[in-house]
Design a protein around this ligand. Structure first.
Ligand SMILES: Cc1cc2nc3c(=O)[nH]c(=O)nc-3n(C[C@H](O)[C@H](O)[C@H](O)COP(=O)(O)OP(=O)(O)OC[C@H]3O[C@@H](n4cnc5c(N)ncnc54)[C@H](O)[C@@H]3O)c2cc1C
Length: 572
């Protein structure tokens, strides 16, 4: 039995991007639109709640910052793979979003003169990160969630797991979903859709992401025939706390923290003499791994060798005022009080630069479907994202896609959904996967997938390792079968959800590995030891990946849009 809900706009995901999109659609619709927000966890458990350090925007041109400077920093950080028209649009809209959140009640940190405070962040040549202590995401999400609740037109479906996007004739018609509480299967028929399902960080074993960041949205789009873009570019943040992988926000270095090796040296002087610890993340992560591989790190548990992040010189008062959460995390998860001791850190999977291909306004190639936030690849972040640009991306593109989806929904009528597609999806989940249950224990497969990614598709890559990873992922997909579910109940069947998530992750892992093997150059976060140079002549282009008939990734390319800033060497 399929429960059918009809709605004007369906927003898939309720992180920063999804919430901002829903609010904008409601404002634009002025009471006329019915907006359904579907989220597999309660909205306030979305990964965005964990973002800590800040949201980047130009607020003070009077003090020397400018849109061009923010755009240039972003493009240089991106190793020239960002589309410059998109970046120019983004930097101009980001400040409005900071003030918009302020008006909705966001408690931004303040300067003594009462204006919004900004701190330094890696790769930015001006302090641009607006923050609320080091719990910015929690406050931003609370502000957006509270605001969303004020609109009658927005209805939340918490703990609804979306399983597929329905496209007909390249036009969006709706989504299918499971209500976790009851196990009932739903069809949401909608005029427009906004995909905002976040990143894919759980592909990796050592990661900063929530357990819910499992690439579902990317896999759904890919399976529905939409192309993914630049999937080889995965960001490794320099300071994952050992052994948990919990993020020590870049705010720690923004406020003046140092990185040191086992000789007590601030080694960044050998890699980025000007920017030091505040060089972009790809540069700092490579430097850390070089120190570790050359024997200047510390032995860590389970092969998690590390360097140290030292905050002691900042003093207890500043740490407690600006970085209280970091202190708490380090004490709880590493048994180290940063007021007294340096913290053990190493590069950690943190952000998917790649995602669902969109134009510079967030529209996917399917009519009526937009993508916003980390699931999308606009591309703003190119080969390496700068810290703080992701939360502003979510806000700006949430706003832009919400507005376009509302305009589109107001002038469209609801189209028929072919029920055979919906019933086939229902049979896939309930008959084949839940009742059928072929394949091996999914938890073993997940662990092997993650360790493969961590071993061969980490900071340094080469052909041999990537080929081995591809072989292994293919083997795991075979062993996965249709998915093995031990729990046969319908209510709160988390086991079934884990299997569906793993199915998505295996699909996307294969895309990431194949794309990394395909790109025979080093650029931004993608470092090939066998192709150590950036190769603009052959590779200044986006990778576009579509799913072939046999489920194999097929590659096409798109040119990078250059407006004002011709490619140049990256020095920091
Ligand atoms: C620890 C950490 C710290 C960070 N710090 C910063 C920072 O300081 N500054 C910055 O700019 N960026 C930071 N980032 C990056 C930034 O926070 C994320 O890129 C951003 O929050 C992603 O938001 P989103 O709205 O795209 O998705 P998310 O917040 O990840 O939300 C995804 C949503 O999709 C839903 N969803 C997923 N799959 C399904 C499905 N199958 N069915 C239904 N719903 C689904 C989830 O329930 C969730 O609501 C940080 C990231 C992490 C992990």
């Amino acid at each position: 039995m399929v429960e059918v809900v009809t709605t004007d706009i369906v927003v898939i995901g309720s992180g920063l991007a999804g919430l901002r999109a829903a609010i904008e659609a409601a404002r634009r619709g002025n009471g006329e639109l019915d907006i359904s927000v579907l989220t597999k966890v309660h909205a306030m458990r979305s990964h965005s709640v964990a973002y800590a350090g800040g949201t980047g925007a130009v607020l003070y041109p009077d003090e020397g910052d400018s849109y061009d400077l923010h755009a240039f920093d972003t493009i240089k950080g991106a190793a020239w793979l960002a589309d410059q028209d998109a970046v120019e649009l983004f930097v101009r809209l980001a400040p409005q979003e900071i003030y918009q959140l302020d008006h909705w009640g966001m408690p931004w940190g303040r300067r003594p003169d009462g204006r919004i405070a900004q701190r330094r962040f890696g790769g930015h040549s001006f302090p641009r990160a607006c923050f609320a202590a080091d719990k910015t995401g929690l406050y931003a999400m609370q502000t957006l969630y509270d605001t969303a609740l004020k609109y009658d037109g927005i209805k939340f479906y918490h703990e609804f797991f979306v399983t597929s996007l329905i496209l007909e004739n390249n036009e969006f018609r709706g989504v299918t979903a499971i209500d976790l509480k009851t196990g009932e299967f739903y069809l949401f028929k909608a005029k427009a859709g906004i995909l905002a399902t976040g990143g894919a960080g759980r592909l990796y074993p050592f990661t900063t992401y929530s357990h819910s960041s499992t690439a579902d949205g990317m896999a759904m789009a890919y399976r529905a025939g939409l192309p993914l873009k630049d999937m080889e570019f995965f960001q490794f943040h320099p300071t994952g706390l050992v052994p948990s992988g919990i993020l020590i926000s870049e705010a720690a270095r923004g406020e003046g923290g140092y990185l040191i090796n086992n000789k007590g040296e601030r080694f960044m002087k050998n890699y980025a003499p000007e920017r030091m610890e505040l060089a972009p993340r790809d540069v700092v992560s490579r430097a850390e791994m070089t120190e570790i591989l050359e024997g200047r790190g510390f032995k860590g548990p389970g092969g998690l060798d590390y360097v140290l992040l030292d905050l002691r010189h900042l003093g207890e008062e500043k740490i407690d005022e600006r970085l209280p959460h970091i202190r708490e995390l380090a004490i709880r998860f590493a048994g180290v009080d940063p007021v007294k001791e340096p913290m053990p850190v190493r590069p950690v999977a943190h952000y998917s630069m790649g995602g669902v291909h969109t134009d510079i306004y967030g529209a996917t190639p399917a009519k009526g479907l937009w993508a916003a936030g980390e699931v999308a690849c606009v591309s703003l972040h190119g080969a390496n994202r700068l810290g703080t640009n992701s939360s502003s991306d979510c806000l700006v593109y949430g706003m832009l896609t919400g507005r376009q989806a509302a305009d589109y929904a107001m002038k469209s009528s609801l189209r028929e959904v072919p029920m055979d597609i919906v019933e086939a999806e229902e049979r896939r989940i309930f008959d084949k996967i839940l009742k059928g249950s072929t394949g091996e224990n999914p938890y073993h497969i997940r662990r092997e997938m993650q360790s493969t990614m961590g071993k061969h598709v980490y900071i340094f890559r080469d052909e041999k390792g990537l080929k081995e990873a591809l072989r292994k992922i293919r083997e795991l997909r075979e062993r996965f079968g249709q998915g093995h579910v031990a729990d046969k109940d319908l209510e709160y069947n988390i086991n079934l959800i884990h299997v569906l998530e793993l199915d998505a992750m295996l699909e996307i892992a294969q895309v990431v590995v194949a794309s990394a093997l395909n790109r025979t150059e080093s650029r931004g976060a993608h470092t090939r030891l066998d192709y150590p140079k950036r190769d603009d002549e052959n590779w200044l282009k986006h990778t576009l990946i579509s799913r072939g008939a046999e489920g194999e990734p097929l590659f096409n390319y798109l040119p990078v849009t250059i407006t004002k800033w011709p490619p140049a060497e990256r020095k920091y």
